[in-house]
Write a protein that binds this ligand. Structure first.
Ligand SMILES: [Zn+2]
Length: 313
């Protein structure tokens, strides 16, 4: 079995050929999730991701594969998609002795499942937070901080969160719902939320112009100085603004964004969770993609004694 980076992660064996997260339209491709750096038409993906593709790329074109249903693609006969816990519809891919995580999160989320380890020979793992210093706080404690801050700020005026429009925004809506709040969202986020609803994910949100005090979840673009859209409206009413991203654990965003707080809500696994995942999958070799692949591979070799190398793109 050969695994190399060639306009996607190419897995081949003799005549058999498969592309994981291809960079171009491909009928032997499998797309792991609906973030724009992964979405391409015509490939295989979960039904959730296919519906997200329809909204984001304007044309619902691809092949829907439910989680855990065995399929054959490009001559490989034993392929299944399993939850990755990254965003709604995200999948890890199992093919023969390989597990490819795609973007994944062992902590999961309120609007998606969570990634479980599987014993495999080769683990292809994403290492966005692959440096030792990228240790993320526990999800429960981040959510707790967000809720406490929200309730405090709501006494002063509107409260607005800026989060990536697919995945993070819906997680934040679910957190606000758990406080009894139904946040306003701009249409760009609302159209994606509608897909969640169609698939039975219970989130409550509203579109349109708010009156009086309100909560809202907007795209990070609205937080850019000077705040605009619903974030700008909140500012005029003595409101509070916050930014959500895993990177908030390591870098301040106050200089470029008009915010009062930032919270490290992540849809990726942090360094400790990545290492724990490798340990529990117990593979013979690890191939790392994205982010801090080299540093992560060194850590896997020294701490776990497992062969590891970056898969170059
Ligand atoms: Zn992603």
């Amino acid at each position: 079995m050969d695994i190399e980076f060639d306009r996607g992660i190419k897995v081949s064996e003799g005549e058999k050929k498969l592309l994981l997260d291809p960079s171009h339209q491909s009928d032997i491709g499998i797309v792991t999730h609906g973030h724009l750096d992964h979405l391409v038409k015509d490939a295989y993906m979960t039904p959730h991701t296919l519906d997200i593709l329809g909204v984001r790329l304007g044309e619902r074109r691809g092949k829907a594969v439910p989680y855990k249903k065995k399929i054959d693609v490009g001559g490989f006969e034993d392929i299944t998609l399993v939850p990755a816990g990254h965003v709604f519809g995200s999948a890890m891919i199992k093919v023969d002795g390989i597990l490819y995580t795609g973007d994944f999160n062992t902590a999961g989320g309120k609007t998606c499942g969570k990634a479980e380890p599987y014993n495999c020979e080769t683990l292809i793992i994403e290492t966005t937070y692959g440096k030792r210093k990228y240790r993320l706080p526990k999800k429960e404690s981040i959510e707790h901080d967000i809720k406490v801050w929200t309730e405090m700020q709501m006494e002063e005026g509107p409260v607005v969160f800026g989060a990536y429009e697919f995945g993070k925004a819906q997680e934040m809506i679910a957190i606000l719902n758990s406080l009894g709040e139904v946040p306003h969202v701009p249409e760009k986020i609302g159209r994606i939320c509608d897909i969640y609803k169609q698939h039975g994910v219970d989130i409550d949100y509203k579109m349109g112009v708010p009156e009086g005090d309100f909560t809202a979840v907007v795209t990070p673009a609205e937080l850019k100085k000077p705040a605009s859209g619903l974030a700008g409206l909140a500012r005029k009413q003595n409101g509070s603004l916050a930014y959500l991203s895993g990177w908030c654990a390591f870098y301040p965003f106050f200089r470029t964004k008009d915010i009062d707080a930032q919270f490290p809500l992540s849809d990726h696994s942090g360094f400790d969770e990545l290492m724990g995942f490798v340990e529990r999958c117990d593979p013979e070799q690890v191939l790392a993609v994205h982010g801090s692949a080299q540093e992560f591979c060194s850590a896997v070799e020294t701490e776990l004694g497992i062969d590891a190398r970056p898969l170059k793109n």
